[in-house]
Write a protein that binds this ligand. Structure first.
Ligand SMILES: [Zn+2]
Length: 119
């Protein structure tokens, strides 16, 4: 029988370089697998954890390397030092692991001006 390449839910992720891994993994796959996104700023040593579903509400489904470029550190407001990892929560973390949840999405009205003449 030929091998069929199909997404298999029992295999978590191919064991390859983390950055390449992010390129092949989407928010949806992370959410389906019950994974949590862990974003750390290596400069400020600050870590925030996010649920894939929250980020999908905000950005839609996308690969994690693209998603990471949308993040900016609260502390140093830089992108360069941010690293993203996936985390499989274990049983004891339910009810205790701190997460950053999306509280609301606010739409801001931005005026766009242009110079014109009296018509
Ligand atoms: Zn930082």
């Amino acid at each position: 029988m030929d091998e069929i390449e199909a997404p298999c839910r029992c295999v978590t992720m191919p064991d390859i370089h983390p950055f390449r891994r992010l390129r092949f993994w989407t928010l949806k796959s992370a959410g389906d697998q019950g994974q949590i996104l862990v974003v750390t700023c290596n400069l400020c040593r600050v870590t925030h954890r996010y649920l894939p579903d929250d980020l999908m509400r905000l950005c839609g489904d996308m690969t994690l390397d693209k998603l990471l470029t949308r993040f900016r550190c609260d502390g140093c407001s830089k992108k360069y030092y941010l690293r993203m990892e996936l985390h499989f929560p274990n049983g004891s973390e339910y009810g205790s692991l701190k997460l950053r949840r999306l509280k609301e999405i606010r739409t801001v009205t931005v005026p766009v001006w242009t110079d014109d003449v009296l018509r």
